[in-house]
Every structure is written in C-alpha cells, then in structure tokens.
Design a protein around this ligand. Structure first.
Ligand SMILES: Cc1cc2nc3c(=O)[nH]c(=O)nc-3n(C[C@H](O)[C@H](O)[C@H](O)COP(=O)(O)OP(=O)(O)OC[C@H]3O[C@@H](n4cnc5c(N)ncnc54)[C@H](O)[C@@H]3O)c2cc1C
Ligand SMILES: NC(=O)c1ccc[n+]([C@@H]2O[C@H](COP(=O)([O-])OP(=O)(O)OC[C@H]3O[C@@H](n4cnc5c(N)ncnc54)[C@H](OP(=O)(O)O)[C@@H]3O)[C@@H](O)[C@H]2O)c1
Length: 656
C-alpha cells in the first residue's frame, strides 16, 4: 500500500536549507513568530527555540518562561487593526483593544493556521550563540526540564528574545532607597492590585506601565501617587468613537509633513481631552511625538477624580517616607518602579554585541554590520505596533537569507546607523527608552525600500561581483523558490489544479484575483489582478525520466514567463517556482525583473496560498487514505489520488 510515510505537517514543512545554511530563530513571542511564519511560508529550513512552554512571550499571562511583564488587566494599547499581522487578521469579533488572553489565543491560532508549531522547540532556552569558524553561528540550547544541551550550526540567527523582560530599576538608585522600610518592586513583577488594598502606594515613571498600574492601584489603595520626572502627553485610546491610531494611516504619513501631523494631532487632543495641565500633570517640555506615547483611556479621568496624586521626581527615601524634589514628602507603604527595561542578549558574548543603556547599532534596526548572519527582530520601540513591523523585518531578512537581497558595504550600513541616531537625538527626549524608536508607517516604507535596494544589489552582484557578506549568497535570475512535498508529482499536479480551480488563491492573496482555472490540463485561463495583468497558461508539459515523471507548467503574464516545475527527488516532489528569463531579450528580461519585483509580495503570497491549499488537500488525501486503510481498502492515498478522481495529466502545449 502506497501511503505517506510522514505526517501531513511533516510533508509540507520539508523546507529547503537556505544557501548560507539552516536558520535559527530565538524566541516565539510576537516577533519570533512573525519570523517563523515568513520562513515557513518561503520553505526556508529553520528551528525556533522558545524558553517557555507556550508561544506568545509577553502576551502569555503568567508565562512559565519567567520573563513576561504582562499583568492581569493588560490590553494592547495599539489597536487591533494596527496590531494584527498582515498575513493573518485578528477575528472580526475581537474588540478594538483585546486583552492578553485574546492576543495569546490569536497567536496560537496564527501558529496553527500556518502549521509551524512543530518547528518550535519549547522549554528550550538558547544559552550561547557563538560565531563559528568558517562562517555561521553555533547555537547552544538547554532544555529547561531535562537539562539536555545541544549545539547546532546555523547559517543565520534571528534574535527575537524581546526587550521588555529585564527590569531597569532607577539608576543610580535614589539616595536612601536601600533603607526604605516599605515594599519596592518593579512593574515587571506586578500582576494584580489586590495586595495594595488600603495602602499608600507610589508609582514611579510616566510610561504605559506607570499609567496602567497607577490607575489600578488607585481603585483599591488608601492613596496612590504618581511620581514623574518630566511631563508628557496622554493619548486616549478612542477618539470620535474610533481607535485613536486608526486615525493615522500610510497616506497621511506619506503626504503630510511631520510638523503638520503633529499640529493636527495636538488639535485633536485639545478637542477631545484638553490639556494635561487641566488634570494636574506638569506641562510637557517636549513636543508631541518627541517621546514614546503614554496611551490610556483611564488615567486622565482618575486624575480628574482626584484618585491619583501627582508628584515630581523623588529626591530621597528616609525610612518610611519618600521625599520629592519640590520639597514635599509622603509616608509610603509600597513603591512600584515603572522605570522601563534593559535591552540584553545573555546568550551573546559582549564582544559580539553589548547594548549599553539600550543603545544598539543596527542597520535599519535589524542587521548587525559587524556580524554577518546575525539579525534582530522586534528590537525597536514603535510609535505603532510590533507585529506588522516584525513581519516586515522578517521578510527583508528572509530575502537576505535566500540571497534575493544583499547588503551594502559595512561603511554604508554604519552611515545609515549614524544618520538614524542623529535623527533620534534631534527629535526625542534624551532617555534610555528612546534609543530604538521607529514610526510605524515610515518604518514600513523604510523596510520596503531596504528590500528593493537589497534586491537590486543582489542582482547586480549576481551578474558579476561575488557576494560580499559571508553567509548571504545572491541568486541571479531566473529566480527559483522551492518547497518539498511528500507526494508524487502527479498528486502535486492535481493539488495545484485543485487549488487554482477552486480559486483558493484569491481570498487571501491580496494582489491576485484568479478567474477560470487550470482544471482541464492545458486549458487557458485568464486572471486579472489588481494591477490588471492578464495571465494565461501557455503550456503544460509532462516529461518521463529515470527518476519518474516530472511536470512543468508555464504561464505568461503580460509577456513575462514564469511557472512551476514539479520534479520527483526521492523524498517526494520538489516544487519549484521559476521566473523564466531564458531566451528573453534584454528588454524582456528587464520587464521580467521589474514585474517579479513588483509582485514580490504577491509572489510570496502565491507560495503561501499554494502551500496552504496543498496542506488542506493533503489532509483530505491522508484522511481518505486512512479511511480506506481502516475499511480494508487496497488503495492508499497516492494511488487513489485523493478526494477527487485521478486524472492522468495530458501533455499539451497550448498557444497563448
Ligand atoms: C506590559 C507591556 C505591554 C505592551 N503592550 C504593547 C502593545 O500594546 N503593542 C505593542 O506593539 N507592543 C507592546 N509592548 C511591547 C512588547 O515588547 C511587544 O508587545 C511584544 O511582547 C514584543 O514581542 P517580542 O516577541 O519581541 O518579545 P516577547 O514578547 O518578550 O517574546 C520574546 C520571547 O523570546 C523568548 N526568549 C527570550 N530569551 C530566550 C532564550 N534565550 N531562548 C529561548 N527563548 C527565549 C521568551 O520566552 C519569549 O517568549 C508591550 C510591552 C509590555 C512590557
Ligand atoms: N499595552 C499597554 O497598555 C502597555 C502597558 C505597559 C507598557 N507598555 C509598553 O511596554 C513598554 C515599556 O513601558 P514602561 O512604561 O514599562 O517603560 P518605559 O516606556 O521605558 O517608561 C519608563 C518611565 O520611567 C521613567 N524613568 C526611568 N528611569 C527613571 C528614574 N531613574 N527616575 C524617574 N523616572 C524614571 C521614564 O522617564 P523618562 O522618559 O524621563 O526616561 C519613563 O517615564 C513600552 O513599549 C510601552 O508602550 C504597554
């Protein structure tokens, strides 16, 4: 009986090793998961290590990784629409600002939807990442339960270990803090307000943790004070019945200068909540958008209700009393330091990278110019949402890993880093929390540009000069993207036909809209995508060789030829998407290249859609095989050809 020897999930995740070697992802929080999804979608072989037993990082309340800073009442403060992965929308019935339970569930669904859970080694903490002789990285990971250590070589390492888990207590400590008789914790350890009932609480800081926690404790405490060393703005979560950040969109950020955006937002704030000084907060000395925003629907009303007392910075502690720089003092039972976090990579030797006061030097906040193959995902502080930006970073990194994009010289990268840091210094309040700021839409555009420029560079280098960065090889056209499917070419052929015929490419593939289908082999079909490209199949071929049957179908899109090759390779079928430039004139090649670049996203979606469709069909095939096996049937999945009747592919050459 000819059945699939591996599970269906195994079959679809038989990814191909990137030119520089296997890829390692550290961390399965919002950022690491985005990387896993992108690599998985592209069929790049990777392993993800996660210290906890579940995905979600900060968004897994009471995470057994021991690193989550989430408290029980935590909700995202970036809206659902802004925070959902582009490849996977949040459920429509989610509220504008879901809580951590819903976010954790969304992340679980995300992993299961794309089917890459098996690639994550849970309870496995990366302890060392060391540059390997000859290139790449040796990654040592320790299983937290068994203590087993393994070391494996990787071509690239994507560090997504988060940067909100190592508490930064006030530095230097306030005088007398050691002798304070009350309790002191950092917001990282705060979970619920219950233990503050009836107490006099001092919350230090004016970020989002301070604002959320002061509001909560103020509802149960005898008195809550908020100590802030500088003023700031408070953005409500809703404006005019809409999630506040839904008012900002890529169009506005592109066409409107920042100063104009600032003025409009200042006006809107004034119209909706008034001035912060109306609520007893100090006048900010900086302009709007020159500090990381404090977003809260409840802080200003609590201040307005007198539930929270506002204090300036602490001057010193004295026994049970806290003194402030304005000369006032309060007897305090508990201090909650909401004073931010330290960036750190305990598994990397300081000679590799050593962030001092959260300062890291990364090209476009991702690439370490001194350490080829080492990438950082989610290591930014966005005026926007982490997910989408981490997803965009991952696409760029995947381009680099696959050789579809290349990096400029170290000198150029360093120049970009210097420019970025100068920009930060000019715009932002000097603080350890403003060392990695990015603006949501402009940063997305920046990453898009980095990809395009990188792709041009890769092509240029592919045409002549060698790849300058070890571990990153460039791929000349024709571009090929391969995935391996544990099924015969005939089956895969059927699956592709099924997928296209049933239009399964269309619902999620935003760039393409397919009409018609390829069900009848060799049939012509026309599809028109959003950019009105006309697509039709020009040929389908079957070739017999010693290894078995291989198939290829070629299509032409406005004169640009591309298609798939399905070749048996011993383990299954290698499905290769090909941009065929052979036999094309220089002009045609140019068109192929620009078309391929333009459709880069759509191209990736194709592959994802294709793989998703195949996964579903393979599941059906497997179920049918199991059913037939259980019923004593003689024919297995491969021989039954799945739920649809087997068709012999007919070799046809259909003129377009
Ligand atoms: C209280 C709070 C609220 C926030 N709210 C928002 C918000 O509303 N919107 C927003 O965009 N951002 C928000 N942030 C920023 C926050 O950093 C991101 O939401 C998000 O958690 C970042 O995801 P991440 O994957 O980069 O990091 P994390 O969520 O921290 O995930 C890192 C993962 O890496 C794993 N890991 C770490 N070290 C290792 C190792 N050595 N080996 C193996 N695994 C390891 C951890 O176990 C963890 O699962 C918030 C932050 C905090 C602290
Ligand atoms: N979803 C949510 O609702 C939510 C909730 C909490 C946190 N978050 C996110 O989590 C991240 C961390 O936020 P956070 O509030 O914990 O940290 P943060 O943004 O770094 O803010 C730290 C605050 O502490 C102050 N501070 C630092 N050192 C101090 C010192 N020695 N003395 C007095 N004040 C000091 C800082 O003031 P300066 O500005 O002067 O340095 C700042 O006001 C942010 O990305 C935030 O958006 C989100």
């Amino acid at each position: 009986m000819n059945t699939h020897k591996n599970s269906v999930e195994d079959a679809v995740r038989h990814a191909v090793e990137a030119p520089g070697g296997r890829v390692c992802v550290i961390g399965a929080g919002w950022s690491g998961l985005a990387s896993c999804q992108v690599l998985h979608e592209r069929g790049v072989a990777f392993d993800c290590y996660e210290a906890g037993s579940r995905v979600g990082g900060n968004w897994r309340y009471l995470n057994d990784n021991g690193m989550s800073s989430g408290y029980r009442s935590l909700h995202i403060n970036t809206s659902r629409k802004l925070s959902e992965y582009r490849s996977y929308p949040m459920p429509k019935d989610y509220p504008h600002y879901p809580d951590h339970y819903l976010i954790a569930r969304y992340l679980d669904d995300y992993v299961d939807h794309f089917g890459f859970r098996e690639t994550i080694a849970f309870r496995t903490e990366v302890t060392h990442v060391v540059p390997a002789e000859g290139g790449g990285w040796n990654v040592t990971a320790r299983h937290r339960d068994t203590g087993t250590e393994t070391t494996r070589h990787y071509g690239s390492v994507l560090v997504a270990n988060g940067h909100h888990w190592d508490p930064r207590m006030p530095e230097p400590a306030f005088p007398g803090a050691d002798g304070f008789t009350g309790e002191q914790i950092h917001s990282h350890h705060y979970r619920v307000p219950d233990s503050y009932a009836g107490k006099r609480v001092l919350v230090v800081g004016f970020g989002n943790s301070a604002s959320d926690i002061a509001v909560e404790t103020s509802l149960v405490s005898e008195r809550t004070f908020l100590s802030l060393r500088r003023g700031g703005y408070v953005f409500p979560k809703f404006m005019f019945g809409k999630a506040g950040d839904d008012l900002i969109n890529p169009f506005i950020t592109r066409v409107m200068p920042r100063e104009a955006q600032r003025r409009v937002m200042a006006l809107l704030l004034r119209m909706t909540v008034g001035k912060v000084t109306d609520y007893g907060l100090p006048e900010p000395e900086h302009k709007l958008f020159n500090a990381h925003p404090t977003v809260s629907e409840a802080l200003l009303p609590r201040l307005g209700h007198g539930g929270i007392g506002v204090k300036p910075n602490i001057s010193h502690f004295d026994g049970d009393t806290v003194h402030f720089v304005d000369g006032s003092s309060e007897v305090i039972d508990a201090v909650i330091h909401c004073t931010g976090y330290k960036v750190g990579f305990p598994f990397l030797d300081p000679s590799v990278i050593a962030p001092k006061d959260n300062d890291v030097s990364l090209f476009h906040r991702v690439v370490d110019p001194r350490n080829p193959g080492l990438y950082f995902i989610g290591l930014f502080q966005p005026l926007g949402a982490t997910t989408v930006l981490a997803e965009a970073q991952s696409h760029w990194v995947a381009d680099l890993i696959e050789g579809k994009a290349a990096l400029p010289s170290e000198e150029r990268m360093n120049r970009e880093i210097t420019r970025y840091k100068e920009g930060l210094a000019k715009r932002y309040v000097n603080s350890t929390r403003h060392t990695m700021q990015v603006d949501h839409y402009p940063y997305l555009a920046e990453l898009g540009k980095a990809r395009r420029v990188g792709a041009r560079l890769a092509r240029k280098r592919g045409a002549g000069s060698p790849a300058p960065v070890p571990g990153v090889t460039t791929a000349p056209r024709p571009e090929e993207v391969s995935i391996r499917i544990d099924a015969s070419p005939e089956q895969v052929w059927d699956l592709i036909s099924d997928v296209t015929r049933m239009g399964e490419w269309s619902p999620e593939c935003r760039r393409c809209y397919w009409r018609g289908g390829t069900r009848g082999v060799g049939a012509r079909f026309i599809g028109i995508n959003r950019r009105r490209w006309v697509v039709w199949v020009t040929s389908n071929r079957v070739e017999e060789s010693e290894r078995g049957r291989s198939f290829a179908f070629r299509t032409t899109t406005n004169g640009v030829r591309w298609g798939y090759r399905l070749v048996p390779d011993g383990e299954g079928t290698l499905v290769t998407e090909v941009w065929d430039v052979s036999g094309q004139s220089r002009g045609q090649r140019k068109r192929t290249e620009s078309f391929a670049n333009m459709l880069l996203d759509g191209h990736e979606s194709h592959l994802r859609e294709l793989r998703d469709g195949m996964r579903q069909t393979l599941q059906r095939v497997k179920a049918a095989a199991e059913k037939s096996a259980a019923g004593g049937g003689e024919r297995g999945a491969a021989s039954t050809g799945g739920p649809t009747a087997r068709r012999e592919p007919v070799p046809v050459d259909t003129a377009a």
